[in-house]
Design a binder for this molecule. Structure first.
Ligand SMILES: CC(=O)SCCNC(=O)CCNC(=O)[C@H](O)C(C)(C)COP(=O)(O)OP(=O)(O)OC[C@H]1O[C@@H](n2cnc3c(N)ncnc32)[C@H](O)[C@@H]1OP(=O)(O)O
Ligand SMILES: O=C([O-])CC(=O)C(=O)O
Length: 378
């Protein structure tokens, strides 16, 4: 049986949702180029596209936006649950735990129809930002901020996090960042969600699995690690030497490389442009200057391109988002893609169950425990 470590280039599902051309650096959602979505769409409109397969009419978009707004308030029991957690709990662990517990507040978990799953997708998408922002208050001993009754999901998240309405440019930047992170074919966390869904586990189970998978530093967790690396470097004058040390020790440079892209990550240029403009507006150009040095050095030494996580780290920092919320913010966007894939999996399901090629010992006799201990003494 041929074995492909890491399932590289293995096609594991047919999907209509997202197409990724790694050679040309092209990314589309239901055929619509992500560059066009970044330029013209909103996160709500993109969510509609990913869930329904077509761009909405004005009335459909307004109906979805209203439904998302109406679902922003966290059930009190889940706030109570968060208060029980140690304040040092990593935010991705909190998110995973609270999303798992959300199933206990689902009004009708036994309804597994497509319509009910779509309602769950809306509910999860509306609530993830509320969980992330509320946790930041709870862990700092403050009361969570109640959601806005109006405003986009991006605007509301920044409002709930900071307690004041964000600058419209900041809200726009986050909105586009959410569009760009919303789906990415069979990335590791989406694959996790589809594997869970293929057993006919419910949507909360699938999204909980996906959040756990996103948290790792080789996947979504890289954005937080990029900012930690920048902070450790501290000053642009030390950047090259620091990266040289990592490469000499054969350590991974966070925010570089990709399993599928052999060229630039198409999301990167948008995030980079936002990083530059935010740096100018906020008067803090340290991270962009450092990024330039690191990008060109890693490209020269290893031929590797930066991925989206490299740029989102600076953007989120300049938006005033605490560094350990970087990956949860990614989850607030990707939940749209995860739920779209879960629904696609349910609609045409077959259990996902690959094989492992056995390479362990064979024909090992069973030795009774007394004899094992004697063997160890002698
Ligand atoms: C949103 C996202 O999830 S984007 C990805 C976010 N993750 C990161 O930024 C973490 C850093 N990057 C990586 O670890 C990898 O590039 C991954 C995990 C993204 C992809 O890994 P793979 O497709 O398995 O690549 P693989 O591990 O085979 O690497 C191929 C070669 O490039 C090197 N390489 C790949 N990425 C990096 C990196 N970030 N730093 C240093 N070397 C790297 C490997 O050491 C290997 O070199 P070798 O052939 O000399 O041994
Ligand atoms: O596709 C991948 O493997 C990782 C990635 O860029 C994403 O999930 O956005």
């Amino acid at each position: 049986m041929p074995t492909t470590e890491g399932l590289e280039d293995v096609v594991a599902a047919h999907t209509r949702i997202c197409n990724l051309d790694g050679q040309r650096g092209k990314l589309t959602y239901y055929g619509v180029d992500v560059h066009d979505l970044a330029a013209h769409s909103s996160f709500e409109e993109t969510a509609y596209l990913l869930w329904h397969g077509t761009l909405p009419t004005r009335a459909q978009l307004e109906a979805l936006s209203a439904e998302l707004r109406a679902n922003r308030t966290l059930p009190g029991r889940l706030i109570d649950l968060m208060r029980l957690l140690p304040s040092s709990t990593p935010p991705m662990d909190v998110l995973r735990t609270v999303v798992s517990a959300l199933s206990t507040t689902d009004p009708d978990l036994s309804d597994r129809s497509q319509e009910a799953n779509l309602r769950r997708a809306v509910r999860l998408t509306a609530l993830l930002p509320s969980i992330v922002a509320s946790w930041d208050h709870i862990r700092n001993g403050r009361e969570p901020v109640a959601p806005l009754e109006d405003g986009s999901l991006a605007e509301n998240f920044l409002y709930m996090l900071k307690g004041e309405r964000p600058d419209s440019y900041d809200a726009h930047v986050l909105d586009v960042a959410l569009i760009l992170h919303a789906d990415h074919e069979l990335n590791a966390s989406t694959f996790s969600a589809r594997v869970a869904a293929s057993t006919l586990a419910d949507m909360y189970a699938a999204i909980t699995a996906a959040i756990g998978t996103l948290s790792g530093p080789l996947h979504g967790g890289a954005n937080e690690q990029v900012m930690r690396m920048f902070q450790r470097i501290g000053d642009v004058s030390r950047a090259q030497e620091y990266i040289r040390g990592l490469l000499e020790r054969k350590e991974r440079i966070m925010g570089f490389g990709h399993r599928v892209y052999r060229t630039e990550d198409p999301r990167g240029k948008h995030m980079d442009a936002f990083a530059v403009e935010l740096s100018r507006r906020k008067g803090d150009t340290r991270w962009v200057e450092m990024s330039r040095v690191i990008e060109s050095y890693v490209k020269e030494q290893k031929g590797l391109h930066a991925n989206v996580d490299f740029y989102s780290a600076t953007v989120y920092y300049l938006l005033g988002i605490p560094v350990d919320l970087d990956t949860p913010v990614f989850a607030c966007s990707r939940v749209v893609g995860w739920t779209a894939h879960v629904m696609e999996q349910y609609a045409n399901n077959r259990l996902i169950r690959p094989r492992g090629e056995y390479v362990g010992p064979k024909d090992v006799p069973y030795v009774p425990i007394e004899q094992r201990e004697q063997a160890q003494v002698s």
